[in-house]
Design a protein around this ligand. Structure first.
Ligand SMILES: [Zn+2]
Ligand SMILES: [Zn+2]
Length: 223
């Protein structure tokens, strides 16, 4: 077993243990369900902002998450061909240890169960973001995934397809997509630009539209 698989397996064991620990500590009542769904919504909003920023502000010349996201627009289907371990590993290697600490603190009674639920859900969403995104690109997802997508509990492929249409300026959320209608309607990308470009003076490196046009031209010329 290589290190990537080891970390990902460790994550799944911890995730399963986390569900059991929270079930022991918390009641399945309206308050805890509200915390879970509010956190799930918050994580989706975070995925919208993060995705918009890496698509447009990062330096794709360097290896890393920015290049990965911007390359994803050149080859949207590639993520579906990558092994799940490869997709999960970058987040799992960061989040596994902090989530273990949260669960241990909760078991010891040093943090309230509600806080453990919030942090565990947030950490899990971070790991599963690219999984749900990958599933949205599968041509034939399994029955269970398909059901979760149809019920709107995770990102659906129809909604995500819109993100891959020029000018690539909508539907950035990739966890469940619940924040997409609101953030698209209020023009969240423009608000982020105001803060980052005008407020903080950060250079916007890509509009993706120009990059995609250049890439298509390159491909045509190389045929
Ligand atoms: Zn994108
Ligand atoms: Zn995608």
């Amino acid at each position: 077993m290589n290190i990537q698989s080891g970390v990902v397996y460790a994550w799944f064991v911890l995730f399963g243990m986390g569900v059991v620990v929270l079930a022991m500590l918390l009641d399945l009542d309206a308050r805890n369900l509200s915390i879970f769904f509010a956190t799930y919504l918050l994580a989706d909003a975070g995925s919208y902002l993060f995705h918009y920023i890496v698509d447009h502000y990062g330096n794709a010349a360097r290896q890393g998450i920015v290049r990965e996201f911007q390359n994803h627009h050149a080859q949207p289907g590639y993520i579906a061909q990558r092994p799940l371990v490869e997709v999960i590993y970058p987040a799992a290697k960061i989040i596994t240890l902090p989530v273990l600490v949260v669960l241990l603190l909760a078991l010891a009674g040093w943090i309230p169960g509600a806080w453990a639920l919030f942090l565990f859900t947030l950490g899990s969403c971070w790991v599963f973001t690219q999984v749900f995104h990958r599933w949205a690109h599968l041509r034939r997802p399994g029955r269970l995934v398909s059901l979760l997508q149809r019920t709107g509990l995770i990102l659906g492929s129809t909604a995500h397809d819109r993100h891959h249409e020029s000018p690539f300026m909508t539907d950035f959320a990739v966890i469940n997509g619940w924040t997409n209608p609101l953030f698209d309607a209020i023009g969240m990308p423009g608000l982020v630009d105001i803060v980052l470009e005008k407020g903080l003076g950060i250079e916007k490196r890509s509009t993706l539209v120009a990059d995609m046009a250049a890439m298509q031209l390159e491909n045509r010329q190389s045929v």
